[in-house]
Design a protein around this ligand. Structure first.
Ligand code: GLN
Length: 240
């Protein structure tokens, strides 16, 4: 295979809670094992973004203070490029704090920070504890229902617009807001989720699916004995 997966990490030094950068290492490894090239770029505060230069845009989770630091910058320097990239079918994967910033806004007490409005959702703080724990959802990314297992820890509660699809249905855990039984968001190749783990080491089927969507290819399976054991362990942790 002669393809190359071109990944751009957004704000990697600020948005990397729970070692979310491990997601990129999984993408790199799984491409490498298959002879697919891998290029990694980054775009952070004040830096522009070329929508045509990458196949997959990635953003991890972050503390509220880091999100405040990136939110305005993201709207100013990356919103239009991310809309254009999503419009041509590039994959956008955003975890937790990154997921929240894909929506219209994140309201934190007195303050409301803007999102890039790539999907129809809002995140608010509500009275009540943080939503923390192991979590499992059932998601269908075009290859039948599969489990995504991970760990969530968020104070924000996310509500999708009525016409927006979640990434999956909560099997165990809190999901977007602890109320409506859904988790994440998916619109075409734009995916947001609250699940850390990091996400992709615990769900390598999802990593492969993202590569397929980003490159428009079908991948052959790998020998995934260790990866399957990691997935099984994450499922058990979530009570499945
Ligand atoms: N700061 C956000 C919240 O608490 C996101 C946290 C995270 O990325 N884990 O809701």
């Amino acid at each position: 295979m002669s393809e190359t997966l071109r990944v751009c990490a957004l704000y990697p030094e600020l948005m990397n809670i729970y070692a979310d950068r491990g997601n990129i290492q999984v993408l790199r490894a799984r491409c490498g094992w298959r002879g697919i090239g891998f290029e990694l770029a980054a775009s952070s505060l004040g830096e522009p973004l070329d929508p045509a230069a990458h196949d997959l845009f990635y953003m991890g989770g972050g503390q509220d203070r880091d999100q405040i630091a990136v939110a305005e910058d993201m709207v100013a320097t990356k919103r239009d490029a991310l809309h254009a990239a999503a419009g041509r079918g590039a994959v956008v994967l955003a975890v937790c704090g990154g997921f929240q910033l894909l929506g219209r806004s994140y309201q934190l007490g007195e303050r409301t920070i803007p999102g890039i409005g790539l999907v129809g959702l809002e995140t608010v703080r509500e009275p009540g504890p943080r939503l923390i724990g192991n979590c499992a959802i059932e998601a269908d990314l075009g290859t039948g229902p599969r489990v995504i297992a991970g760990f969530e820890n968020h104070g924000g509660r996310t509500y999708l617009d009525a016409d927006e699809e979640p990434l999956g249905r909560v099997v165990s855990g809190h999901g977007n807001n602890g109320r409506d039984g859904v988790e994440g968001v998916r619109r075409g190749s734009v995916i947001g989720t609250y699940l850390h783990g990091p996400l992709l080491p615990k769900n390598t089927w999802l990593a492969d699916r993202l590569v397929e969507l980003a490159l428009g290819v079908e991948l052959e399976p790998l020998d995934d004995a260790m990866e399957d054991a990691a997935h099984a362990s994450a499922r058990r942790a979530a009570g499945l």
